[in-house]
Design a protein around this ligand. Structure first.
Ligand code: SF4
Length: 291
């Protein structure tokens, strides 16, 4: 099992002892969270009527210049918590009516979360566990999560390596993410719903960035060829310039109706049967029906 004392948890393989040296993600050796609350800003089948029990972890192993949560991810706002405190938090979310436990940007803490999830489940936490990830994940680490994570919400951020380097600080995103998503799908399959709520599977999220920075067409073609057109896709339109992205002319605007429509046309052309679209404005809500 990997650990935070010579940290190779994610593909950065910093090999640092996080007790006294910070790696690329800047995450400490202990669990650190910013916020735990019922959250309604996810796709409808993840929030139901009562909300997703969401835990936002501090720091991140990507450095996206447009991160909408940059205060948590880049600036690392949050508090250290013990295993016991986090388990209590998970049960508190359950008592508040959460329909799942949604771990946001958990990757740098994977090895610390494995015992937390094992213990919480042994104590009766019976909600689906959602791993809400940028997909810059090591396959070895993901294998250790098998059976503990029920739902993977997996971003596929970029097809082009120059773009992933320029805007998120990693030059091998496509290769890493494609292997990671294959492993997630191997573990859980495509997203499955029961009475309108997701309970198992993988959903791939594609945030459409301006000026074709995402490479949506190539990503969708890869998914169709490698995972099949029944994969659940969430096509996100909610990009707006924030954090450092205003310094990049290519990213300094919302996406256009035409850019989003082109991505929708690709979904249809390739024959995807399960996908979710978003209204085209920054405070977008999800369309009430999905395809
Ligand atoms: S989790 Fe953080 S410290 Fe560990 S390898 Fe990844 S970026 Fe480096």
């Amino acid at each position: 099992m990997k650990n935070t004392l010579n940290c190779n948890i994610c593909p950065h393989k910093c090999n640092v002892n996080r007790v006294d040296t910070l790696g690329f993600c800047q995450a400490p050796a202990q669990l650190k969270i910013n916020l735990a609350q019922l959250h309604f800003g996810e796709e409808p089948f993840l929030v139901g009527k009562k909300g997703s029990g969401t835990v936002f972890f501090s720091h991140c192993n990507l450095h996206c210049c447009y991160c909408q949560n940059y205060q948590i991810s880049a600036l690392g706002k949050g508090e250290i918590v013990s295993e016991t405190q986090l388990i209590e938090t998970l049960f508190s979310l359950k008592e508040q009516g959460a329909v799942n436990i949604n771990l946001v940007s958990p990757s740098p803490y994977s090895e610390l979360l494995i015992p937390v999830l094992m213990k919480a489940k042994s104590l009766g936490l019976d909600l689906p566990i959602v791993w809400n990830t940028n997909s810059y994940e090591s396959v070895d680490t993901l294998r250790e999560l098998e059976g503990l994570v029920d739902i993977y919400l997996a971003d596929f951020r970029y097809w082009d390596d120059d773009n992933s380097l320029a805007y998120s600080g990693v030059k091998d995103y496509r290769q890493v993410a494609s292997l990671a998503i294959k492993e997630m799908v191997r573990q859980t399959g495509s997203l499955k719903l029961d009475e309108g709520l997701a309970w198992m599977g993988t959903m791939i999220r594609i945030l459409v960035l301006p000026n074709n920075i995402t490479g949506t067409t190539s990503i969708l073609e890869w998914i169709a060829d490698n995972l099949g057109t029944s994969m659940m896709i969430s096509l996100m339109s909610q990009y707006y310039p924030t954090y450092k992205s205003r310094e990049y002319p290519q990213l300094n605007r919302n996406i256009s109706h035409e850019e989003y429509s082109r991505a929708v046309a690709d979904l249809e052309r390739l024959g995807f049967s399960n996908y979710l679209l978003q209204e085209l404005n920054p405070s977008a809500d999800w369309t009430p029906d999905f395809h």
